[in-house]
Design a protein around this ligand. Structure first.
Ligand SMILES: [Zn+2]
Length: 290
Protein backbone atom coordinates (compact mmCIF):
# COMPACT_ATOMS: atom_id res chain seq x y z
CA UNK A 1 0.00 0.00 0.00
CA UNK A 2 1.26 3.49 -0.84
CA UNK A 3 1.21 6.38 1.61
CA UNK A 4 -1.54 8.99 1.37
CA UNK A 5 0.97 11.48 -0.02
CA UNK A 6 1.88 9.05 -2.79
CA UNK A 7 -1.75 8.36 -3.63
CA UNK A 8 -2.41 12.08 -3.98
CA UNK A 9 0.65 12.58 -6.19
CA UNK A 10 -0.50 9.66 -8.36
CA UNK A 11 -4.00 11.10 -8.64
CA UNK A 12 -2.48 14.42 -9.67
CA UNK A 13 -0.36 12.77 -12.37
CA UNK A 14 -3.24 10.66 -13.69
CA UNK A 15 -5.67 13.59 -13.71
CA UNK A 16 -8.03 11.96 -11.28
CA UNK A 17 -9.01 13.06 -7.76
CA UNK A 18 -9.34 11.27 -4.44
CA UNK A 19 -12.68 11.71 -2.69
CA UNK A 20 -12.62 13.25 0.80
CA UNK A 21 -15.88 12.61 2.64
CA UNK A 22 -16.73 13.80 6.13
CA UNK A 23 -18.34 11.66 8.78
CA UNK A 24 -20.21 12.33 12.02
CA UNK A 25 -21.02 8.73 12.85
CA UNK A 26 -20.42 5.08 12.06
CA UNK A 27 -23.14 5.02 9.41
CA UNK A 28 -21.26 7.60 7.35
CA UNK A 29 -18.04 5.63 7.62
CA UNK A 30 -19.84 2.43 6.63
CA UNK A 31 -21.38 4.06 3.56
CA UNK A 32 -18.14 5.67 2.35
CA UNK A 33 -15.96 2.65 2.92
CA UNK A 34 -18.33 0.18 1.26
CA UNK A 35 -18.50 2.28 -1.92
CA UNK A 36 -14.76 3.00 -2.09
CA UNK A 37 -14.03 -0.69 -1.59
CA UNK A 38 -16.50 -1.74 -4.25
CA UNK A 39 -14.92 0.72 -6.71
CA UNK A 40 -11.42 -0.15 -5.53
CA UNK A 41 -10.22 3.45 -5.10
CA UNK A 42 -8.33 5.07 -2.21
CA UNK A 43 -10.47 7.29 -0.01
CA UNK A 44 -10.05 9.95 2.68
CA UNK A 45 -12.34 10.22 5.70
CA UNK A 46 -12.57 13.78 7.03
CA UNK A 47 -13.56 14.98 10.46
CA UNK A 48 -13.93 18.66 11.30
CA UNK A 49 -13.21 19.85 14.85
CA UNK A 50 -16.87 19.31 15.78
CA UNK A 51 -17.19 15.98 14.01
CA UNK A 52 -14.10 14.61 15.71
CA UNK A 53 -15.27 15.89 19.06
CA UNK A 54 -18.54 14.02 18.61
CA UNK A 55 -16.92 10.71 17.63
CA UNK A 56 -13.77 11.11 19.74
CA UNK A 57 -10.33 11.98 18.32
CA UNK A 58 -8.71 8.68 19.23
CA UNK A 59 -11.84 6.77 18.27
CA UNK A 60 -11.72 8.26 14.75
CA UNK A 61 -8.15 7.00 14.40
CA UNK A 62 -9.03 3.55 15.76
CA UNK A 63 -12.03 3.18 13.43
CA UNK A 64 -10.24 4.13 10.23
CA UNK A 65 -7.15 2.17 11.16
CA UNK A 66 -9.23 -0.92 11.90
CA UNK A 67 -10.63 -0.87 8.35
CA UNK A 68 -7.22 -0.19 6.81
CA UNK A 69 -5.69 -3.11 8.66
CA UNK A 70 -8.49 -5.64 8.42
CA UNK A 71 -8.98 -5.14 4.68
CA UNK A 72 -5.45 -3.98 3.81
CA UNK A 73 -7.23 -1.04 2.23
CA UNK A 74 -6.07 2.52 1.43
CA UNK A 75 -8.51 4.43 3.64
CA UNK A 76 -7.00 7.46 5.37
CA UNK A 77 -8.05 9.95 8.04
CA UNK A 78 -7.81 13.72 7.76
CA UNK A 79 -8.29 16.35 10.47
CA UNK A 80 -10.39 18.72 8.36
CA UNK A 81 -10.36 22.50 9.07
CA UNK A 82 -8.35 22.81 12.24
CA UNK A 83 -8.11 26.33 13.57
CA UNK A 84 -5.30 26.14 16.14
CA UNK A 85 -1.86 24.60 16.46
CA UNK A 86 -3.00 22.83 19.65
CA UNK A 87 -5.74 20.94 17.83
CA UNK A 88 -3.42 20.12 14.92
CA UNK A 89 -0.98 18.69 17.46
CA UNK A 90 -3.77 16.72 19.14
CA UNK A 91 -4.75 15.09 15.82
CA UNK A 92 -1.15 14.30 14.88
CA UNK A 93 -0.44 12.85 18.31
CA UNK A 94 -3.57 10.68 18.08
CA UNK A 95 -2.38 9.21 14.77
CA UNK A 96 -4.21 11.13 12.01
CA UNK A 97 -2.72 10.59 8.54
CA UNK A 98 -3.32 14.15 7.48
CA UNK A 99 -4.15 17.55 8.98
CA UNK A 100 -5.46 20.82 7.64
CA UNK A 101 -4.46 23.98 9.41
CA UNK A 102 -7.05 26.55 8.40
CA UNK A 103 -5.65 30.05 8.69
CA UNK A 104 -7.75 31.39 5.83
CA UNK A 105 -9.13 34.16 8.03
CA UNK A 106 -5.66 35.30 9.15
CA UNK A 107 -3.46 37.78 7.32
CA UNK A 108 -1.15 36.12 4.79
CA UNK A 109 1.84 36.65 7.09
CA UNK A 110 0.12 35.15 10.16
CA UNK A 111 -1.31 32.28 8.10
CA UNK A 112 2.20 31.45 6.84
CA UNK A 113 3.65 31.61 10.35
CA UNK A 114 1.01 29.37 11.97
CA UNK A 115 0.90 26.90 9.07
CA UNK A 116 4.69 26.59 9.13
CA UNK A 117 4.53 25.74 12.83
CA UNK A 118 2.11 22.88 12.04
CA UNK A 119 4.29 21.64 9.17
CA UNK A 120 7.39 21.62 11.39
CA UNK A 121 5.57 19.71 14.11
CA UNK A 122 4.17 17.12 11.68
CA UNK A 123 7.59 16.57 10.09
CA UNK A 124 9.17 16.08 13.52
CA UNK A 125 6.71 13.27 14.30
CA UNK A 126 6.50 11.53 10.92
CA UNK A 127 7.47 12.96 7.51
CA UNK A 128 4.64 10.99 5.86
CA UNK A 129 1.92 12.97 7.63
CA UNK A 130 0.19 15.16 5.08
CA UNK A 131 -0.18 18.84 5.91
CA UNK A 132 -2.56 21.00 3.92
CA UNK A 133 -2.80 24.78 4.07
CA UNK A 134 -5.76 27.05 3.34
CA UNK A 135 -5.48 30.24 1.39
CA UNK A 136 -8.65 32.22 0.75
CA UNK A 137 -11.90 32.15 2.73
CA UNK A 138 -14.82 30.09 1.38
CA UNK A 139 -17.21 30.10 4.37
CA UNK A 140 -17.35 27.63 7.20
CA UNK A 141 -20.63 25.72 7.23
CA UNK A 142 -21.68 22.43 5.66
CA UNK A 143 -25.31 23.43 5.39
CA UNK A 144 -28.07 24.04 2.91
CA UNK A 145 -27.86 27.79 2.34
CA UNK A 146 -30.68 30.19 1.41
CA UNK A 147 -28.14 32.62 -0.02
CA UNK A 148 -24.38 32.94 -0.11
CA UNK A 149 -23.29 34.47 3.25
CA UNK A 150 -22.04 38.08 3.06
CA UNK A 151 -18.47 37.30 4.06
CA UNK A 152 -18.27 34.56 1.41
CA UNK A 153 -19.81 36.91 -1.14
CA UNK A 154 -16.96 39.35 -0.45
CA UNK A 155 -14.42 36.55 -0.71
CA UNK A 156 -15.76 35.54 -4.11
CA UNK A 157 -14.44 38.89 -5.29
CA UNK A 158 -11.05 38.19 -3.70
CA UNK A 159 -10.10 34.72 -4.84
CA UNK A 160 -6.65 33.29 -4.07
CA UNK A 161 -3.91 34.97 -6.06
CA UNK A 162 -1.41 32.66 -7.79
CA UNK A 163 1.53 34.74 -6.51
CA UNK A 164 0.27 34.46 -2.91
CA UNK A 165 -0.12 30.71 -3.35
CA UNK A 166 3.47 30.46 -4.58
CA UNK A 167 4.79 32.39 -1.58
CA UNK A 168 2.58 30.49 0.87
CA UNK A 169 3.73 27.06 -0.30
CA UNK A 170 7.37 28.05 -0.52
CA UNK A 171 7.46 29.57 2.98
CA UNK A 172 5.34 26.98 4.80
CA UNK A 173 6.41 23.77 3.06
CA UNK A 174 2.83 22.39 2.96
CA UNK A 175 2.24 19.29 0.87
CA UNK A 176 -1.03 20.46 -0.64
CA UNK A 177 -2.98 23.67 -0.88
CA UNK A 178 -6.69 24.50 -0.70
CA UNK A 179 -7.34 27.75 -2.56
CA UNK A 180 -10.48 29.86 -2.96
CA UNK A 181 -11.37 29.47 -6.63
CA UNK A 182 -15.11 30.18 -6.62
CA UNK A 183 -15.92 27.19 -4.40
CA UNK A 184 -18.03 27.69 -1.25
CA UNK A 185 -18.66 25.59 1.84
CA UNK A 186 -22.25 24.43 2.06
CA UNK A 187 -24.55 24.50 -0.94
CA UNK A 188 -27.39 26.66 -2.13
CA UNK A 189 -30.90 25.38 -1.47
CA UNK A 190 -32.30 27.03 -4.58
CA UNK A 191 -30.21 27.49 -7.67
CA UNK A 192 -26.70 26.37 -8.30
CA UNK A 193 -23.37 27.13 -6.66
CA UNK A 194 -21.06 29.61 -8.45
CA UNK A 195 -18.89 28.28 -11.28
CA UNK A 196 -15.28 27.40 -10.49
CA UNK A 197 -12.55 29.65 -11.85
CA UNK A 198 -10.69 27.04 -13.88
CA UNK A 199 -8.03 29.41 -15.23
CA UNK A 200 -7.16 30.38 -11.67
CA UNK A 201 -6.91 26.73 -10.62
CA UNK A 202 -4.46 26.17 -13.46
CA UNK A 203 -2.38 29.22 -12.57
CA UNK A 204 -2.28 28.37 -8.85
CA UNK A 205 -1.30 24.76 -9.56
CA UNK A 206 1.52 25.93 -11.81
CA UNK A 207 2.93 28.62 -9.55
CA UNK A 208 2.52 26.81 -6.25
CA UNK A 209 4.00 23.57 -7.57
CA UNK A 210 1.73 21.36 -5.40
CA UNK A 211 -1.51 19.45 -6.09
CA UNK A 212 -4.63 21.35 -5.05
CA UNK A 213 -7.52 20.38 -2.81
CA UNK A 214 -11.01 21.54 -3.69
CA UNK A 215 -13.17 22.22 -0.63
CA UNK A 216 -16.92 22.73 -0.64
CA UNK A 217 -17.45 20.39 -3.60
CA UNK A 218 -21.13 19.87 -2.71
CA UNK A 219 -23.21 21.82 -5.21
CA UNK A 220 -20.54 22.04 -7.93
CA UNK A 221 -21.26 20.46 -11.32
CA UNK A 222 -19.59 17.33 -12.71
CA UNK A 223 -18.41 19.42 -15.63
CA UNK A 224 -16.60 21.80 -13.26
CA UNK A 225 -15.14 18.87 -11.31
CA UNK A 226 -13.66 17.35 -14.45
CA UNK A 227 -12.13 20.60 -15.61
CA UNK A 228 -10.77 21.31 -12.11
CA UNK A 229 -9.18 17.85 -11.98
CA UNK A 230 -7.47 18.22 -15.36
CA UNK A 231 -6.07 21.56 -14.22
CA UNK A 232 -4.57 20.58 -10.88
CA UNK A 233 -7.14 19.47 -8.28
CA UNK A 234 -6.24 16.07 -6.79
CA UNK A 235 -8.55 15.85 -3.76
CA UNK A 236 -12.21 16.93 -3.58
CA UNK A 237 -14.18 17.44 -0.37
CA UNK A 238 -17.85 16.51 -0.09
CA UNK A 239 -19.83 16.89 3.11
CA UNK A 240 -23.11 18.80 2.70
CA UNK A 241 -24.61 16.47 0.10
CA UNK A 242 -23.96 13.46 2.35
CA UNK A 243 -25.54 15.21 5.33
CA UNK A 244 -28.58 16.08 3.27
CA UNK A 245 -28.94 12.50 2.02
CA UNK A 246 -28.67 11.18 5.59
CA UNK A 247 -31.29 13.49 6.98
CA UNK A 248 -33.78 13.13 4.14
CA UNK A 249 -33.57 9.33 4.17
CA UNK A 250 -33.82 9.08 7.93
CA UNK A 251 -36.79 11.43 8.04
CA UNK A 252 -38.72 9.50 5.44
CA UNK A 253 -37.94 6.16 7.06
CA UNK A 254 -39.13 7.37 10.46
CA UNK A 255 -42.30 8.76 8.96
CA UNK A 256 -43.10 5.53 7.13
CA UNK A 257 -42.12 3.15 9.96
CA UNK A 258 -43.46 4.62 13.19
CA UNK A 259 -43.10 1.33 15.11
CA UNK A 260 -39.53 0.44 14.17
CA UNK A 261 -37.09 0.98 17.04
CA UNK A 262 -33.93 -1.00 16.12
CA UNK A 263 -31.34 1.69 15.34
CA UNK A 264 -29.62 -0.40 12.68
CA UNK A 265 -32.90 -0.68 10.79
CA UNK A 266 -33.70 3.01 11.19
CA UNK A 267 -30.31 3.80 9.66
CA UNK A 268 -30.32 1.33 6.79
CA UNK A 269 -31.99 3.62 4.32
CA UNK A 270 -29.78 6.54 5.33
CA UNK A 271 -26.65 4.46 4.70
CA UNK A 272 -27.99 3.47 1.31
CA UNK A 273 -28.72 7.08 0.32
CA UNK A 274 -25.28 8.24 1.51
CA UNK A 275 -23.72 5.47 -0.56
CA UNK A 276 -25.48 6.76 -3.64
CA UNK A 277 -23.95 10.23 -3.16
CA UNK A 278 -20.47 8.83 -2.60
CA UNK A 279 -20.68 6.56 -5.62
CA UNK A 280 -21.93 9.32 -7.88
CA UNK A 281 -19.01 11.56 -6.86
CA UNK A 282 -16.33 8.88 -7.02
CA UNK A 283 -17.39 8.00 -10.53
CA UNK A 284 -16.70 11.56 -11.60
CA UNK A 285 -13.50 11.99 -9.58
CA UNK A 286 -11.80 8.78 -10.57
CA UNK A 287 -12.48 8.73 -14.28
CA UNK A 288 -9.32 9.57 -16.22
CA UNK A 289 -10.22 13.06 -17.26
CA UNK A 290 -7.60 13.42 -19.98
ZN1 LIG B 1 -13.57 22.46 3.68
Amino acid sequence: MLTLKQYIVHADQKHTAIGHFNISNLEGLKAIFSVAKKMDVPVIIGTSENEREWIGVKQCVALVRSLREEFNYPIFLNADHTYSFERVKEAIDAGYDSVIFDGAKLSLGDNIEETKKCVDYARSINPEIVVEGELGYIGSSSKMLETIPDDVQTSLLNLTKPEDAERFVKETGVDFLAPAVGNIHGMLKHGKDPDLDIERIKAIRERSGVPLVLHGGSGNTDHDFRRAIVNGVAVIHINTEIRRAFRTALESFLKNNPDEIAPYRLMENAVYEMEKVVEEKLKVFTVHAG
